[in-house]
Design a protein. Structure first.
Length: 259
């Protein structure tokens, strides 16, 4: 009889231990889905070079390119512990590249505050990345502008009413680390910025949408006038600061979270 009791207690202990193990958080890798919109209207491949948009300044434009760099995706739990992926993702909206991205990290299931960086900070910008060196015709920034890498290349045409008839004028909205060429040596300012998406519950197969509202690049807090700032923006220190301010003010927001 005692043997039966000991056997029962042993099985009960094993069962409880197994149940406890089943309740332990699983290690998972969430996926990010990057989407683009213009004030809520989704942008698709068909919109490039076709759809006309009006920015906050009233300039009418169409897009031909939207390529941007994301780095330092970080998950912070309620205890303040941070888990940083330490890798990067290049999104090419028109070509459909990098729209789905799983960072190189494994974290326990749970609730996390999620953040990422638009572009590279100075430390990462000093690295050498073969995949970026050849991406989009070369993602590098010329050494005369401080080297490193682009943060974004957004391009298109705006409709100029200064000519009769109206004409299309190319614009290049390129963001990099700001470089002041009037000083020797040149003055560099990190104009990358962090984006905080808020809290998300991470479980197995969690997919996190990050929405980029393209129109925000042109309106908040700095209303963008394409007639004045449409090209040669890379060596324009002040323009780089303005673009960084616009980007940090709400271009990126959290979208749908699915399991």
């Amino acid at each position: 009889m005692k043997k039966l009791i000991y056997l029962f207690l042993g099985l009960l202990i094993v069962a409880c231990a197994t149940d406890d193990n089943n309740n332990d958080p699983q290690d998972v890798t969430p996926e990010f889905v990057w989407t683009q919109n213009w004030d809520g209207a989704a942008l698709s491949n068909a919109d490039f070079d076709n759809t006309l948009f009006a920015n906050a300044n009233g300039d009418v434009l169409k897009l031909s390119k939207s390529v941007y760099l994301i780095s330092d995706i970080t998950f912070t739990n309620a205890q303040g512990a941070s888990f940083s992926a330490g890798d990067f993702n290049l999104v090419d909206a028109r070509e459909g590249l990098g729209l789905r991205f799983s960072p190189n990290i494994v974290i326990p299931e749970g609730i996390y505050s999620i953040s990422f960086r638009f572009g590279f900070d100075d430390a990462d910008n000093a690295g050498d990345y073969p995949e970026l060196n050849s991406a989009d015709g070369g993602w590098n920034v010329p050494m005369m502008l401080g080297g490193g890498y682009h943060y974004m290349r957004m391009e298109g045409k705006y409709i100029s009413t200064l000519t009769i008839p109206e004409s299309e004028v190319n614009f290049q909205y390129h963001t990099i680390r700001a470089a002041d060429l009037s000083t020797s040596p040149i003055t560099l300012q990190d104009t990358s910025f962090m984006v905080n998406l808020g809290q998300v519950t991470i479980a197995e197969n969690t997919s996190i949408e990050v929405k980029m509202n393209v129109s925000e690049w042109f309106k908040n807090p700095n209303t963008w006038n394409l007639y004045e700032l449409y090209t040669m923006l890379m060596p324009n220190f002040d323009a780089q600061v303005l673009m960084s301010e616009n980007g940090a003010s709400g271009v990126f927001t959290l979208g749908d979270v699915t399991d």
